[in-house]
Design a protein around this ligand. Structure first.
Ligand SMILES: NC(=O)c1ccc[n+]([C@@H]2O[C@H](COP(=O)([O-])OP(=O)(O)OC[C@H]3O[C@@H](n4cnc5c(N)ncnc54)[C@H](O)[C@@H]3O)[C@@H](O)[C@H]2O)c1
Length: 433
C-alpha cells in the first residue's frame, strides 16, 4: 500500500517506519524542514529504542522516504494518516489547529479517492470537523477513519509491532476493512482489531489515558496518606497488584505523571465534559493530585534543610518524563528543578538521553553533569526523579565519598530504605515512612 503519514513526531515517525517495515511504501511528511533534512541524513530526532535500525533498513530498501512536500506525498498515497500534535490550550482544550491545517492541505492536494485516517488524539466530534474541511477543499471522494494510537514512548516500536489491540473508527464497513488489512501483519498472534464508530474511537483513546492516569493519582494519594499514618505504600501496591481484578500496571507511587499525553488528555476530556455541561469530577481530582505531587516531593527537601536551600547543591538523576525516552514535555523534573532553583539551590542534573532537551528548557540555570556520579560531586542531596535502569544499582560507597552529605530523596522508590540506612544514607522515598 502507498501511505503518507503527516507529522513525523513520536507517533508519526514510529507509525510510518513500522508500516514500511511491513512492506508498504511510506512517505513521512513534516513541515519542520530541519527535522526532515536531518532524517534524510540519518539523524533521528527522538530517542526510541529499536527505531534507528528500522528507519535505516527501510530507507536503504527504499520503502521509507522523508519529505516536506505534502502535496506530492498525498498524490502518491492511497491511505493518509494525520499524526500531528494536539497540544493543550491555556484552558485545557485540545488545540486542533495543526489537524485542521493538515486536513485543508490534504483536501487541496487530493487528485482521486483517498482514505484519510486521523491518528492524532482528538476530542470526540473532531473527525466530523475534519470531514467538513476536506469537503470544502476537494471534490474528490474520500473516506475518513479514526485510528487512535496507544504506543508507549520508550517501547513504541514494540507496542506498534505487537499492539494489545487496534482501534478503527469507521462509519462504513469497506474503509474499515482497508485498515484491518493494513494492520494484519501486526495482529497475527490474535490481538483484536476493534472496529467501532468514529466518535467511539475518539472517545476510547481518552478513556484509556484517563483511566491509566487515574490509577497513578490514586496510588499517589494512597502513598501520601501512608506517609501520614506510617504504612508502607510499596507493600500496599504489591497487595493490590496481586488482586486479579486490579493487576499490577500503573500503580507505582512517585512524583506524578508527565509527558505529552496524560496531562493534556485528561484536561482535554474535562473540557469536553464542560462543553456538554458534564462535570468530570474524578478527572478533576486526578489532575489536582498530579499537580501537587512534585511539589509535595520538593516539600520533603525543604523540610530536611530547615535553614533553606540557599547555598545547597542538589543533584538530580533523571529529567525525561519516564525512562527510555528523551521527551521532557510536562516532565515532573521541570516543576521540581524550577522550585529548587527558585529556593536558591544550585542544581546539577544528569539524564542518559534528555540532556539536550534540558539545555533547551533551562539554558544556563541548570548545570549538567557528564555522568550520574559527576552529578552528585559535592552535593548536599540527591533527588531521583526518573527511574532509569542505570540508576538502580549505583556504587553507594563511591557516592558517599563524593557527596558532601549522603542524603537521598528517591521520588521513584528504586532503592531499599533498610539497605540505604544501613549504608549510612539519610533516605526519603514516597509512601514509605
Ligand atoms: N507521544 C505519544 O506517546 C503519543 C501516543 C499516542 C498518541 N499520541 C498523540 O499523537 C499525536 C502526535 O503526538 P506526537 O507526540 O507524535 O507529537 P510531536 O509533537 O512529536 O509531532 C508532531 C509533528 O507534527 C508536525 N506538524 C505540525 N503541523 C504540521 C503540518 N501542518 N504539516 C506537517 N507536519 C506538521 C510537527 O512539526 C511535529 O514534528 C498527538 O495528538 C498525541 O496526543 C501521542
Amino acid at each position: 500500500m502507498n501511505i503518507a503519514v503527516i507529522g513525523t513526531g513520536y507517533v508519526g515517525l514510529v507509525a510510518g517506519s513500522c508500516f514500511a517495515e511491513s512492506g508498504n511504501d511510506v512517505w513521512c511528511v513534516d513541515n519542520d524542514a530541519a527535522k526532515i533534512e536531518n532524517l534524510k541524513k540519518g539523524v533521528i530526532p527522538i530517542y526510541e529504542p529499536g527505531l534507528p535500525e528500522i528507519i535505516e533498513r527501510n530507507v536503504r530498501e527504499e520503502r521509507l522516504k522523508f519529505t516536506t512536500d505534502l502535496d506530492t506525498a498525498v498524490k502518491k498515497s492511497f491511505v493518509i494518516f494525520v499524526a500531528v500534535g494536539t497540544p493543550p490550550q491555556p484552558n485545557g482544550a485540545a488545540d486542533l489547529r495543526f489537524v485542521f491545517d493538515v486536513a485543508a492541505s490534504v483536501g487541496r492536494a487530493m487528485d482521486r479517492y483517498k482514505v484519510i485516517v486521523v491518528k492524532s488524539t482528538v476530542p470526540v466530534g473532531t473527525s466530523e470537523q475534519v470531514r467538513k474541511i476536506l469537503k470544502e477543499n476537494t471534490s474528490h471522494p474520500f473516506d475518513l477513519l479514526s485510528n487512535p494510537e496507544f504506543l508507549k514512548q520508550g517501547a513504541a516500536v514494540e507496542d506498534f509491532m505487537k499492539p494489545d489491540r487496534v482501534i478503527v473508527g469507521a462509519d462504513d464497513v469497506r474503509p474499515g476493512e482497508i485498515l484491518r488489512d493494513l494492520y494484519a501483519p501486526f495482529v497475527r498472534t490474535g490481538s483484536p482489531v476493534l472496529v467501532v464508530d468514529v466518535r467511539t474511537a475518539e472517545m476510547l483513546k481518552y478513556a484509556a489515558n484517563a483511566f491509566l492516569a487515574a490509577r497513578i493519582s490514586f496510588m499517589n494519594e494512597i502513598a501520601n496518606l501512608c506517609e501520614e499514618v506510617g504504612a508502607n505504600a510499596d507493600m500496599i501496591r504489591k497487595g493490590l497488584a496481586s488482586d486479579s481484578r486490579i493487576g499490577p500496571a500503573f500503580l507505582f507511587p512517585g512524583v506524578g505523571f508527565g509527558g505529552s499525553c496524560f496531562p493534556k488528555d485528561i484536561k482535554a476530556l474535562i473540557d469536553v465534559g464542560k462543553q456538554h455541561q458534564y462535570d468530570m469530577k474524578i478527572l478533576e481530582a486526578v489532575d489536582a493530585v498530579n499537580q501537587c505531587q512534585p511539589l509535595r516531593f520538593v516539600e520533603k527537601v525543604r523540610s530536611h534543610f530547615k535553614g533553606g536551600l540557599r547555598d545547597k547543591r542538589v543533584g538530580v538523576w533523571g529529567l525525561a518524563f519516564k525512562p527510555r525516552t528523551n521527551d521532557m514535555r510536562d516532565a515532573p523534573a521541570i516543576k521540581i528543578i524550577e522550585s529548587l532553583i527558585a529556593d536558591g539551590a544550585t542544581v546539577t542534573a544528569y539524564d542518559p538521553e534528555a540532556m539536550n532537551e534540558a539545555k533547551r528548557i533551562f539554558g544556563g540555570r541548570l548545570q549538567l553533569a557528564a555522568s550520574n556520579y559527576g552529578c552528585v560531586e559535592g552535593a548536599d542531596a540527591l533527588l531521583i526523579v526518573t527511574e532509569w535502569q542505570a540508576f538502580r544499582h549505583p556504587n553507594f560507597e563511591r557516592m558517599k565519598t563524593i557527596m558532601r552529605d549522603p542524603v537521598i530523596f528517591d521520588g521513584r522508590n528504586i532503592f531499599d530504605p533498610v539497605q540505604l540506612r544501613e549504608l549510612g544514607f539519610t533516605y526519603h522515598s514516597v509512601g514509605r515512612s
